[in-house]
Design a protein around this ligand. Structure first.
Ligand SMILES: [Zn+2]
Length: 122
C-alpha cells in the first residue's frame, strides 16, 4: 500500500523521541511538562496534540521495568539474606525511579511510532 504525503522514517523519529525531541524534526522539545506533549512543534509546526498514546506507554514501561528487575529480585528473595521490609523498600524505590525515568521516553516512542506509521485515529 502506497501512502500519500511526506516520507516518515520510523527509527529516526523514534530515536528523536527517545531524547525527548520532536519526532519529525528533532529541533524542539516534544513535552512541555513531564508527560504533557506540546500542542505543536515550535520548530516545524507539526501538531502533536492530535497524537494520543493512551495506555501504551504505561504498559511498555511496566513490561520493561518488570523484565529489568526480575533477574535481580528472584535470586535475592530466594536467598533470604535481606529482611523482607528492606527488600520491599529497595524494590519500591528502585522500580518507582525506573518507571519515572522510562515513562516519558516510552510515551515519546509511542507518539513517534503513531506519527511515523500514520496510525493516528483522527
Ligand atoms: Zn518539529
Amino acid at each position: 500500500m502506497v501512502k500519500q504525503g511526506e516520507q516518515r522514517r520510523l527509527w529516526a523519529s523514534v530515536c528523536r523521541a527517545l531524547r525527548g525531541h520532536c519526532p519529525k524534526c528533532g529541533g524542539a522539545k516534544l513535552f512541555k511538562s513531564y508527560l504533557k506533549q506540546v500542542e505543536a512543534c515550535p520548530a516545524c509546526g507539526e501538531a502533536w496534540s492530535e497524537v494520543r498514546a493512551d495506555d501504551g506507554p504505561a504498559w511498555l514501561t511496566i513490561l520493561i521495568v518488570g523484565h529489568l528487575l526480575a533477574p535481580f529480585v528472584l535470586p535475592i528473595a530466594m536467598e533470604d539474606r535481606l529482611p523482607l521490609w528492606l527488600l520491599v523498600l529497595v524494590l519500591a524505590l528502585f522500580s518507582t525511579a525506573l518507571c519515572l525515568l522510562l515513562l516519558p521516553r516510552c510515551k515519546g516512542v509511542f507518539i513517534a511510532m503513531i506519527w511515523a506509521l500514520r496510525a493516528n485515529s483522527s
